[in-house]
Design a protein around this ligand. Structure first.
Ligand SMILES: [Cu+2]
Length: 117
């Protein structure tokens, strides 16, 4: 009878850490994606088309001497005029395609594609 008991203890001792590992891997997989950067430089958004998971925060940083805005075509987000070094962040909480442009230079366009997990 001693053998089944020690075997059970052995399995318990090793399966608990493995279970813990499994949980942490799952948690990492569903954790919010890291922040993603978009540069505003040379009168363009780079990358111009960005694909992210729901919950991702995107930060735009203006590297130009001229001010720019980050304005969603549907107005779901809209920055103030960003001076040089100015930043604007927005967290995308629903799936879809979000086209945006610079209100001061409407030929500057970009798009964020938000995918469900
Ligand atoms: Cu602009």
């Amino acid at each position: 009878m001693a053998f089944p008991l020690s075997r059970a203890l052995f399995l318990a001792a090793f399966s608990v850490p493995m279970l813990g590992l499994g949980v942490s891997v799952t948690a990492a997989a569903i954790a919010p994606a890291p922040a993603v950067q978009v540069a505003i430089k040379g009168f363009a958004f780079t990358p111009q088309v960005l694909t992210v998971a729901i919950g991702t925060t995107v930060t735009w940083t203006n590297a130009d001497e001229d001010p720019h805005t980050v304005t969603a075509t549907d107005r779901s987000f809209h920055s103030a005029a960003l001076d040089t070094g100015g930043k604007f962040s927005y967290t995308f909480t629903r799936a879809g395609e979000f086209a945006y442009f610079c209100q001061l230079h409407p030929h500057m366009t970009g798009k964020v594609i938000v995918k469900a997990r």
